[in-house]
Design a protein around this ligand. Sequence first.
Ligand code: UD1
Length: 367
Amino acid sequence: MLTFISVVGARPNFMKVAPLHRALLPHADRVQHLICHTGQHYDEKMSKVFFEDLELPQPDIYLGVGSGSHAEQTARVMVEFEKVCLEHQPDLVIVVGDVNSTLACSVTAAKLHIPVAHVEAGLRSFDRDMPEEINRMVTDVIADYLFVTEDAGMRNLRHEGVAEEKIFFVGHVMIDSLSYYREKAALSPALAEFDLLPKAYTLVTLHRPSNVDVKENLEKILSIFEAIQEQTRFIFPVHPRTRNRIAEFGLQQRFDAITSLTLCDPIGYLDFLKLMDNAALILTDSGGIQEESTWLQVPCVTLRESTERPVTAEVGTNEVVGLSVPLAVEKSRAALNGSAKRGNIPELWDGKAAERIVKILLEKLSK
Ligand code: UD1
């Protein structure tokens, strides 16, 4: 019997592990699949609600590390995850994405000579000011199996000299969840709850430190909302980091003055999918939402200088505008007027990535 441990830590991890878990279930006679939650995200609305929406079983292992500086958080995960590896002696550790838990668990496993699979490998923003860029690079150097979502990821890994036999272009597990849950999400009451009409509102998400931890940048983003406020309603589920900064910078009043803007708590997976699917426009600085909007073919304006997911801009609906207020306003207005660029669905984003990954892993690791 093989033992695989999949690591989840932060909100964008849960929807990536859910399809892997589902794809491993038919192989339960060969693989014991354990889910380890590091506790990087711990609020009910950042974690528990996702387990319920995604029908994930309770984590087998919970490390409870909580928040802290990068070093504190990463170190706490490493100390606790080492004990987990020593106890369970897994044949494989699966990490997803680019959060601190991804880095911490891949380093810990590699030092214990446990093979590591990195799902969503090869993405590069080429901006080392992003903590995620460091996490991506370190994880990819260490990983034994690198599962890639888009062509740029293949190119980056080859350019960095990663051996060809370690790299697999499989599509995107996050899109597996999106396609699996889209119908169920359509039943969510989220639009009625916020009194929104389909295709008549802008969905906003913001949490990147470079945007929300710098007062001047958060003010620029406010100017974008102010410029288009007559043309659209906004719904803005606020990440805890952003909520703290709005209060700290004394910007709450300016947000409140935009009467068409509704701020709310973070939202669960199904309700959020319903809000994405029915938006006229998504304004975001998230990595994953650039991809989800591309797959849903909803116009997306990304308030970042770069993207590690270029297929979303080259093939999909994404416009990466940085913090240029005029450009963000121009692209937003185009979307609200129905004249945004049209997008296509990237190669292999077909809902079957997890099955491909499991097939490869079972071939490689069979005992
Ligand atoms: C983390 C990831 C980021 C990902 C994001 C998604 C890293 C380096 N960053 O950023 O890549 O896009 O998650 O949400 O791993 N907090 C709470 N409750 C929680 C979690 C956090 O209140 O459940 C607050 C704490 O004040 C904490 C702050 O949010 O200090 C930031 O949390 P942290 O996990 O450090 O980083 P994120 O900004 O969430």
